[in-house]
Design a protein around this ligand. Sequence first.
Ligand SMILES: CC(C)(COP(=O)(O)OP(=O)(O)OC[C@H]1O[C@@H](n2cnc3c(N)ncnc32)[C@H](O)[C@@H]1OP(=O)(O)O)[C@@H](O)C(=O)NCCC(=O)NCCS
Length: 405
Amino acid sequence: MTPNLRSAGPDDLAAVAALSGQAFSVSPSPFDPASRPYLIADERRVVAEVDGRVVAHAGAWSFGQWFGGGRLACAGVAGVAVAPEHRGSRIGSAALTRLLQLAREGGDVIASLYPMNHHFYRAHGFELSSVRRRDRIPTQALRGLLPPGGGRADGLTVRPVQPGDVDGIEQLMPRRARGANGLLDHDRRWANRYAGQYPPAGYAWVAVDRDAEVRGYLQIEHTTATQPEESFSLSVEELVADDVAVQARLWRLVGSDHPGARSAQAHLPPGCLPRLMVEPVITPVSGITQMSRVLDVEKALLCRGWPAGASGEISFEITDPMFPDNAGPLILAVADGVPDVDRSPPGPGRTTLATSIGTLTSLLTGYLDPAIAASSGLLPGVTDAEVGTLRGLLAGPAPETVEYF
Ligand SMILES: CC(C)(COP(=O)(O)OP(=O)(O)OC[C@H]1O[C@@H](n2cnc3c(N)ncnc32)[C@H](O)[C@@H]1OP(=O)(O)O)[C@@H](O)C(=O)NCCC(=O)NCCS
């Protein structure tokens, strides 16, 4: 039976909440009608109906995802679910394809998601692109944390988040993301969660400077105790700081829950203050991979940042069954960090790298090292010189993500 695909509307929320509750077993459902002001906008959610009943859903948050210092408009795909009795009949594929088409038409350059089902997403051009790691740290180690060189007199005030802080929090995100690979900035609906309204169980603070500018943001949740003698445990959902003094202040706030909470789970990337000061007490907890798919190859190559001073030229032959505009020959030329894209076929004597949209995505995000791609057979015929060029152009920190969506 051919499903009827359409954009979601307010009347679909109960059906979508039931679908996602059944598919993901989370309570409360992320599509609970009570959460409506903070949900993905209706026009960025697709439902499929069979016999007038909603049997599938797919949605896309509106994010910016940063690579090499450049921002790609990103569809953060979430809530992809099909009613069990309709699975395996390509309804999920139809809903996801329609969602990605809408996202591309709306200007999104990349789509990213946390897969429960790698095979399903690979079949639609997604490939591994980033990791969301969680570590555990004893809160005791955070209580007195100071920046290298010390100093508590930072001129900061830390206070609970108020609704008027949303602008300041939103502006923090791109400042952090510029120096990394894979981090996100957020649309207003997502940012509104930070105002302490959603999720209701969370606690959130901002650090403001003497000019009342938001310089840092902390969101934590209380979770079930994981260590002996603690009443509860902490989950640091977000800790964003403009500089190391702000970081220190917010980590000390996390530590202030000692001994009620003896441990906190958090994202502790290389170079963060706890790693610099108290590395030996940090233990890894989990790491989940993100998958991404470039929706618009030319825009992705032009919007991604390239290292200042880096130059090089590479010729690709791209396959992309879903978006034929992406497919075919493409020459990327970067001169002193400035990219240019040429769609004309390479001249005689030029080698061309045959690559799928998935492999290209994995390379562009910095997740897949070109030499490893070569040795895995993902770039047939690539030369050592081309591997060197790609490595020079794609150099940067390993991609990491913080938010779960
Ligand atoms: C995953 C899901 C959305 C797929 O939708 P669907 O309508 O059942 O899948 P389709 O019939 O469109 O299948 C498309 C492709 O994915 C593959 N696929 C679908 N479900 C699969 C599964 N559970 N395991 C492995 N592959 C699967 C199909 O074999 C097909 O691959 P092919 O093109 O190589 O033949 C659906 O099964 C579902 O709702 N699952 C529970 C929730 C979930 O896992 N959501 C994804 C969360 S990130």
